[in-house]
Write a protein that binds this ligand. Structure first.
Ligand code: SIN
Length: 528
């Protein structure tokens, strides 16, 4: 029998999006049955007794297995242990979920906005009541430190609360008519069934940011969470049922991403695809949506510049850069990917920043004082290693870190690299790991040119004490989100999304509702 670590090495040796379906039909929470660490085991036991450790998919309000009984194991990235297994589903189950969502749409879209709002509010309350358990579940399957995971639960629940309120504000328009015997109106109506494909780095918030507005508008959803982190999604779905959201309104299927994706794209009943993840997959979903002309929202990769000007407050700049770079161990689309530092402050910034990075505690997310968890899997570590190798071979210098952590597994040392140049691969690709590359620049014009020299355009950060400069540079940056003297800017009340190849549409805020609404122009004639 293979050890948990050997199993993980086999699984993780392949690409991060490749999964292994097993034909065994067991869907028992395996953490209870196998040798696992005390922490994982006690968390799994607690979650299991609270009913939040789900190991089946949700279709039409019923918890179900894959039709052929095949399953997929879910791992703890900090230990390599199996937490449980979940169904490995494909086209058949996705079509079942679409049919359920489509049936439910007829009634859910007719429920009053006030009623939908109440259901969402109740869901928010339940998410908050269970925030500790959901945070533990997230740390178990995703690896982020427990405090950060609980923070994500509050952040994620915030979308449900915000959109519970917005549900009541889907206003139309009355347009002054061009002829005396006509009356012109605009109605806003839900788009229909939504396919929501979500990533592993924010196992809850990327779901609620889509499902909150979708449900508020009267849409129903088929969610495909990442096969690496399906458990938080399933627990949240269980709470949606407890909140009184009717069966079929929220469906969750997981397993073969290509098969599920194809079924969602092929179905004329699915009227909208919303996706957070890589630019490469986003382009495929966009192309695949063309056949049935679906509405599409895409939140794709970034390559965020974090610009530190000579006139920046050093403490604010260091704190802000740490916040944006090392959130979720560097695994966010809005993490600083390039730290551009002006020559007058470069040495001082490099010294103070490196000292702070050196002191970051790395470990299992359940460990006391840990601020940097593991990367999601071996492939993620290998990507960081290859970017590091390229940078060092082209002249970059390691100030701190620079290799796998002594904890082994998927732990990588928080790293600062100096003398980075824009032609190095890590300046051009998303690092998605705890590596901060410092690039030196001379002038404001050069900083703007470097910052915009990418196909991505999601988030950018500026640190300066000069208010005119902050505004001038903000206007020049080709990015959907700009943080000025602030490194962590995401909130449910503000629009999140990118320009250029970072995506289409906006999530969160009042603008996030538009993505799930159709506009209908109504002309009432012969009124005289
Ligand atoms: C992401 O990485 O895609 C989302 C990050 C956030 O919501 O701040």
């Amino acid at each position: 029998m293979m050890s948990a670590i050997a199993r993980m090495a086999t699984l993780y040796g392949s690409s991060r999006n490749i999964f292994l379906c097993r034909s065994a039909s067991s869907h028992m929470p395996l953490a209870l049955a196998r040798a696992v660490s005390t922490e994982s085991s006690s968390v799994a036991t607690r979650l299991n007794s609270s009913g939040l450790l789900k190991s089946q998919a949700l279709i039409g309000g019923k918890w179900v297995d894959a039709h052929d009984g095949s399953t997929i194991e879910v791992y703890n990235p900090a230990t390599g242990e199996v937490i449980t297994d979940v169904p490995c589903m494909g086209k058949k189950e996705t079509n079942d979920a679409i049919a359920s969502a489509s049936n439910a749409f007829h009634s859910w879209s007719k429920v009053t906005a006030a009623e939908r709002s109440k259901c969402l509010r109740k869901w928010f309350d339940l998410l908050m009541i269970h925030k500790e358990e959901l945070g533990q579940l997230m740390t178990l399957e995703q690896g982020k430190p427990l405090k950060e995971a609980i923070g994500e639960v509050s952040y994620g629940a915030g979308f449900i609360e915000f959109f519970a309120e917005e549900a009541k504000r889907v206003y139309g328009d009355i347009i002054p008519a061009t002829l005396p015997d006509r009356r012109l109106f605009v109605l806003k109506q839900p788009v229909g069934v939504v396919g929501a494909v979500t990533p592993w780095n924010f196992p809850l918030a990327m779901i609620t940011r889509k499902v909150g507005p979708a449900l508020a508008c009267g849409c129903t959803v088929v969610i495909k969470p990442s096969e690496l982190t399906p458990l938080t999604a399933l627990a949240a779905a269980e709470l949606s049922l407890q909140a009184g959201i009717p069966p079929g309104v929220v469906n969750v299927v997981m397993g073969s991403a290509p098969d599920i994706g194809e079924a969602l794209l092929a179905s004329p009943q699915v009227r909208k695809i919303t996706f957070t993840g890589s630019t490469a997959v986003g382009k495929k979903l966009m192309a695949g949506s063309a056949a049935t002309v679906k509405k599409v929202s895409l939140e794709l990769g970034g390559n965020a510049p974090c610009i530190i000007f000579d006139d920046a407050d050093l403490d604010v700049a260091v704190r802000g850069t740490l916040g944006t770079k090392f959130r979720n161990s560097g695994q966010t689309c809005v993490c600083a990917n390039r730290v551009l530092v002006q020559e007058g402050i470069y040495d001082k910034f490099a010294e103070v920043f490196s000292n702070a990075v050196q002191n970051m505690k790395v470990g299992d997310g359940f460990g006391e004082g840990v601020v940097q968890g593991p990367l999601i899997n071996e492939a993620a570590v290998q990507k960081v290693e290859s970017l590091m190798q390229d940078a060092i071979s082209k002249g970059a210098k390691i100030l701190v870190g620079g290799k796998r952590h002594s904890l082994g597994m998927t732990f990588y040392q928080p790293t600062v690299l100096a003398d980075v140049k824009s032609e190095m691969l890590l300046s051009r690709e998303e690092i998605f790991g705890p590596v901060a590359p410092l690039l030196k620049f001379k002038t404001e014009e050069e900083a703007i040119q470097l910052a915009n020299d990418t196909n991505a355009g999601l988030a950018a950060y500026i640190f300066t004490s000069n208010i005119q400069r902050s505004w001038r540079v903000t206007e020049a940056l080709e990015y959907g989100i700009v943080g000025i003297n602030e490194g962590v800017v995401s909130t449910e009340v503000a629009p999140f999304g990118g320009m250029k190849q970072s995506g289409l549409g906006r999530e969160g805020s009042k603008y996030g509702m538009d993505e799930y609404l159709e506009m209908k122009y109504v002309c009432l004639g012969n009124m005289s």
